[in-house]
Write a protein that binds this ligand. Structure first.
Ligand SMILES: C[C@@H]1O/C(=N\OC(=O)Nc2ccccc2)[C@@H](O)[C@H](O)[C@@H]1O
Length: 474
């Protein structure tokens, strides 16, 4: 018996169910997520439908543009203050050289409009602490620069004018503020950081009060221990901001729970309204987004947010960025492309060219992007599916035409394809060839699509496919 028991203990006799990862006991949290599942209010539905956004990183770091005293730095140029290239006091005095004579918020907003961006995320204050609005709570602002004027207001007004929603980027970490701490290790640190917390709250209430039309805040610089320890304070502040601005959209990067968990609380529930972890990376499968809203923020070079005069390495092409947009929308997220204006306020030619290329494609195919999300169709090699929210309209965003010219579709069970036509020209229709119960080929005419294109499927769920037979291409 002992031998048998011994043997038995070697193989896992547990029923399969017990072999799953043990379900973690839910822990009681005061400062974890206060909501499960997606927000369903109108403000969030609108954000969810944007599909394509613009990020703008602009500030004092655009003056050195990644170089100083003839030396080029390879890191992300907005971090130049943190390297030893520029004495910190020299960097901190750059506000006295900030006079962007080519700054024209209206032209920025027009570029965004032409690109097809539905929202912009704009840096009010990056890690260096320089405020692009005349904050009452610090001298380190645009008011104390030769330029003087309120840049945040100019941007908010110009983008509002173009009907593009504005979300304000705000870095909690503030290298300029004397009370900023990376961690709290002493009584003195604690006293200083209490002052810093008040300062941070004051600036955020100031931003939401000065610019009441903004739709959200994109927080950053919240990873250091000092802030991660402020679960209660940050939770209270988030509640206060939401009360001040009902409908305000705040992502998962703002605050940690009382166990220091960020983005997802100790029970694995998303903090905030959408996941902000997709920075310069895109989920590959729907399972990766855990049923949450999310945005992907992306740089044109490998990793440059603020202006860097010398773009090195791979510079993404318009086609790559269009495909990234399609991929994000097909997985229910938004794609937010970064622009880094120069120190004089002008946008570099490479970025203007990309905005135009993306915009040209969006003019023809925007129906497959705006107010679209995950379609629930099996991913195919030729590209991506998206679904118009609240309808049975399916889009096929085709980037990789197979040599066979046959686009495979596997519909969810009991779905019939009533019509298939080119989005750009509805008179170009396709007769699906059924290859099995719920699999079809759409046969393309040879060599007819030099650019990525979209096919619209009118579907009727609830009926078994009627097995439309393939007719020889005309
Ligand atoms: C959008 C970017 O956001 C940042 N940092 O993001 C992160 O720290 N991302 C991050 C960190 C840890 C894990 C995953 C993403 C900033 O430092 C950078 O200058 C830029 O503003």
């Amino acid at each position: 018996i002992i031998a048998a028991l011994g043997f038995a203990s070697l193989i896992n006799l547990q029923p399969v169910a017990a072999q799953q990862a043990p379900v973690k006991e839910k822990v009681t949290l005061l400062h974890g997520s206060h909501r499960t599942g997606k927000r369903t209010d109108a403000a969030m539905e609108k954000w969810r439908g944007h599909g394509l956004g613009q990020f703008i990183h602009w500030g004092l770091y655009a003056i050195p543009g990644g170089a100083w005293n003839g030396k080029q730095y390879n890191g992300a140029a907005e971090w130049i203050r943190s390297w030893n290239g520029i004495p910190k006091s020299t960097y901190d005095s750059l506000n006295y050289s900030f006079n962007p004579t080519a700054f024209d918020a209206k032209s920025w907003a027009k570029t965004a409009k032409q690109m097809g961006a539905k929202y912009v995320t704009f840096t009010t204050k990056h890690h260096d602490g320089f405020c692009l609005w005349p904050s009452k709570y610090t001298k380190y602002t645009v008011a104390n620069s030769p330029y003087k004027k309120d840049i945040v207001k100019a941007v908010v007004d110009a983008y509002d004018q173009e009907g593009i929603d504005v979300i304000l980027y705000f870095s909690v970490m503030d290298w300029n503020h004397p009370d900023w701490r990376y961690d709290i290790k002493s009584k003195e640190d604690s006293i200083a950081f209490e002052r810093f917390k008040k300062f941070t709250r004051n600036q955020l209430i100031e931003l939401l009060t000065n610019y009441p039309t903004v739709k959200g805040l994109w927080f950053d610089g919240t990873w250091d221990t000092s802030w991660v320890k402020q679960a209660a304070f940050a939770d209270e502040l988030e509640t206060e901001m939401r009360k001040l601005r009902p409908g305000l959209i705040i992502g998962s990067r703002f605050r940690a729970d009382e166990n220091g968990k960020r983005h997802f609380d100790s029970n694995g529930v998303l903090m905030g309204d959408y996941e902000q972890g997709w920075e310069r990376k895109i989920p590959s499968r729907i399972e990766d987004v855990h049923g949450n809203d999310w945005d992907c923020v992306m740089t044109v070079p490998e990793n440059q947010w603020g202006y860097n005069a010398a773009w090195n390495g791979h510079i993404k092409t318009g086609l790559e960025l269009i495909e990234m947009t399609a991929r994000c929308v097909s997985l229910g997220g938004n794609f937010v492309l970064n622009f880094g204006p120069k120190g004089d306020g002008s946008i570099r030619q490479e970025e203007l060219k990309l905005a135009a290329e993306i915009g040209d494609w969006m003019k023809i195919n925007q129906q497959a992007i705006y107010n679209c999300g995950y379609a629930g169709y099996d991913k195919q090699d030729w590209g991506y599916f998206s679904k118009k929210t609240g309808t049975d309209k399916i889009y096929m965003l085709v980037f990789n035409v197979p040599v066979s010219g046959a686009l495979r579709i596997k519909t969810p069970a009991k779905t019939v394809i009533k019509k298939a036509s080119l989005l750009a020209d509805a008179t170009e229709t396709f007769t699906p060839e059924q290859i099995s119960g719920d699999e079809y080929f759409l046969h393309l005419k040879k060599g007819t699509h030099p650019q990525p294109f979209v096919i619209v499927l009118e579907t009727a769920p609830g009926q078994q496919s009627n097995g439309v037979k393939y007719e020889k291409a005309k």
